[in-house]
Write a protein that binds this ligand. Sequence first.
Ligand SMILES: *Cc1c(COP(=O)(O)O)cnc(C)c1O
Length: 394
Amino acid sequence: MTDPQTVPPPPAARRARVTVDDAGHGSVLTIDPAAIARNWQAITGVVGPATAVAATIKSDAYGCGIGPVVRALSAAGCSTFFVALPQEGLAARREAPSAVIYVLNGLLPGAAPLYAEARLRPVLGSLPEVEDWALFCRSRKVPLEAALHLDTGMNRLGLPEEDAARIAADSVLTRAFRISLVMSHLACGSSPVSPFNRTQLARFEALSARFPGLPRSLANSAGVYLGPDFHFDLVRPGIALYGGEIHEGDPLRLAPVLRLEAHILQLRTVAAGTPVGYGQAQVTTRPTRLAILSTGYGDGYHRRAGGSDDRPGATAWLAGHRVPLFGRISMDLMAVDVTDVPADLARRGARVELLGPNADITAVAAAAETIDYELLTGLGRRHRRVYGPLGEDL
Ligand SMILES: *Cc1c(COP(=O)(O)O)cnc(C)c1O
C-alpha cells in the first residue's frame, strides 16, 4: 500500500478552483457594469453630439441588475432612462436622483400619484391615458412631464393618427401637462433591409410635425445603426448596451458584458452508442468523456439549447476549447462533451463558460430557438452574482 505521505499532491492545474464563496452555488454569473457603460459611450460616438443617448433598463436592466447598471451609466454621463414599469422606475430613481425616467408601459388607472411622487414620466400611448394624466395634473395644479407615444405601425402601444391629431388640436388638454418627448417604436428595426423602417420613419416625421418644437425619439439599438435619419433628438438603446445582436445575422456587436460559468460536478467516460440523460435524446457516436455541470433550466439556461441526435446543442467553452452540450438539459444539471479537451483542464470543480465572451449570448439563444433578449431577462436567481470585470478565460 502507498504510504499517504508519498502520494504526490495534485499539480496546481488540476486543483479545483471553487472558492468558499462559490461553493454554495452551481454557477457564477459575472456582470461588468463598466463594460455596459463603455458600450453606452460607444453609442454616443455613433450618434454624435446633436443626439442624446438614453439607456433602456427594463426587466432589471435586461437581467443585469438595475442598481449596478444605473450607477455605472449615471457615472458615465447617462441622464435619461427608459423602464417598462413604475416599480422599475422607483428602483432606478433610488440610484439616479436627478435622472429623467420614462415608463414605457404608460399609465394604469390610479397610478398617476406614484409617478408624481418619484418624478417618473409616463409614456402616454392612448387617449384615455392622456386624459387621465391631464386630469391628474389639473387636480395637482402642476403641468407634469410625460412622453407621447405615436403609433407608426407597430400596433402595440401608441396613439393612432386620428387620436394624435385630436390631442394636437386640443390646447386645453395639452396645456394641462408638459409633453417632454414625442416618440415612436420600430417594428422591424433589427432587419435593416425591411422597407417598413422607412415607412415608419416617414409616418413619424409626419405625425410628430403636429407637435412642433418638441424633442423626438424613434430609435432603439437597431434604429441607432439604421443611420442618422433615425436618430432625432434622443435614442434609447437596450440590447446593444448588453452586448446583444443589433441587426439580425450581422456580426456588428458591442462588447460582451457578462460571463456565466458552471462548475463541473463529475466526469465520466462512456463507450460509443451510450445514451445520455433524460429521454435518451442523444447517443454518443464515439468513446466520449462527459462533464456534468451544476446548472440547468432552473437557472434560466433554456432547455431547448440541449443536444439531441437530430439537432446539436449549444456550444459551451472550457479553457479556450469548445465543449458542445450533450443530451437534454435537466433542471439543475447538463452534460457537455469534453472528449477533445486536455484531461488536466476538464476536472472536477473547473468552470465551463455557458455565456460570455466565447459562448456568445446570441448564438446560445439561437440554439435554443429564441433571442438573446429572452435569455438575458431569464437569467436565474441561483447563480452567485459577481459585479466586476469579466476576467480572463479560465
Ligand atoms: C425595449 C424597447 C427599447 C430598447 O430596445 P432594444 O431593441 O433593446 O434596443 C426602446 N424602445 C422601446 C419602446 C422599447 O420597448
